[in-house]
Design a binder for this molecule. Sequence first.
Ligand SMILES: Cc1cc2nc3c(=O)[nH]c(=O)nc-3n(C[C@H](O)[C@H](O)[C@H](O)COP(=O)(O)OP(=O)(O)OC[C@H]3O[C@@H](n4cnc5c(N)ncnc54)[C@H](O)[C@@H]3O)c2cc1C
Length: 378
Amino acid sequence: MTALNERGEIVIIGAGLIGLSLAFELRRRGARVAVFDRFEPAKAASWAAAGMLAARTEEIADEPMRVLCNDALENFPAFVDAVREASAVDPQLRRDGIVQAAFDDASLERLQARARALAAEGVGHTLLDAREALQLEPALASTVRGALLTHDEGSVDNRLLGRALLAALARMHVQVATSEEIELEFDARRVCGVRTRWGFRPAEIVVNAAGAWAPHLAGVPDECRPPVEPVKGEMLALAMPHDFVRHTMWLGGCYVVPRTDGRLLVGATGERVGFDHRITAGGQRQLLDRVLAGAPSLAGFSLVEQWSGLRPGTPDERPILGRTPRDGYLLATGHYRNGVLLCARTAELLADEIERGTPIDPAFSLARFSNNEAAVGA
Ligand SMILES: Cc1cc2nc3c(=O)[nH]c(=O)nc-3n(C[C@H](O)[C@H](O)[C@H](O)COP(=O)(O)OP(=O)(O)OC[C@H]3O[C@@H](n4cnc5c(N)ncnc54)[C@H](O)[C@@H]3O)c2cc1C
């Protein structure tokens, strides 16, 4: 197989964490890569996210997805080290665990069952009684009944990770450019390249990493369009004293994620309302009601930021990775709630497929949507 540095250019459409991570991985392997975005890079869902690395806490029942997320969690620290080294920007990876709190009998029993399942999987965790939970996280409501701390999860500052990837790619001489007009060109068999505002750019491979917009790229044949739909998430941030909340916590209906800059992120709503990304009174009230029920002592802190983003959802909540019916045209989209967690593993899988032809688990293929009935029109 021809080495990547002797092959034609790889063009990635979409400069979110998925597209940027893939560009980084491919460039590290010697490929010629360029990334095009319609808007500002690293400013869509990848900026809006909470950055949790919650492979265990998400309690994923779907086996291929569970394996993918667990692999991603293991792989993440090495990826962050590489990006930090290449960029001199620290994305603030935290691996101090995630706390899930229970406030009633039913959720306590669920946590106890979850602890047994984690033990069977050999995943490090601690089941805490009410007193221990309050000792670990004094901000929790005094009505807390118990909590489960998983040891190897945590968070990354996804906005810093985006900045770090952009800085690394600049140092590696990878073009990341914004062009409002982007149209892909195909012949009957394969992708030929991309037309941008600078003209036609031939490409051996084009990867669609356009997140929630992935079905809508111009020029793409219908049979190659992934069934991805935007799922809006609203968030807010409070300013808190240092270490007032120490861990990422799931409080029942919402989560909180502490940042080293003093913000406490609170998320997130989930709504299928198309490309409407307005921040609404109802969405913000839902978040505030839930977070103050689980941690009432946060009530006095300033509300410093409110925002929203569009998750790229798929019908089965798995991402869509790899080949399409047209040669050279690949997908890396549909990462829904876990695209930050999955960015490095996705990059590795796509790069292995591009470099060595290593097939990706068909559970993530476009072909799993039989007859492409679910495919979305332009
Ligand atoms: C509120 C919220 C909280 C979240 N929390 C977490 C979390 O804690 N942990 C986690 O792992 N995940 C989380 N996610 C999910 C995660 O953010 C996404 O799965 C991930 O960011 C998707 O990355 P992406 O690069 O595919 O998409 P995006 O970041 O949306 O990037 C897609 C890019 O494609 C560009 N684009 C669109 N159309 C075109 C076009 N025609 N031509 C060129 N470019 C185009 C866009 O401008 C954009 O820059 C959260 C998401 C939201 C909204």
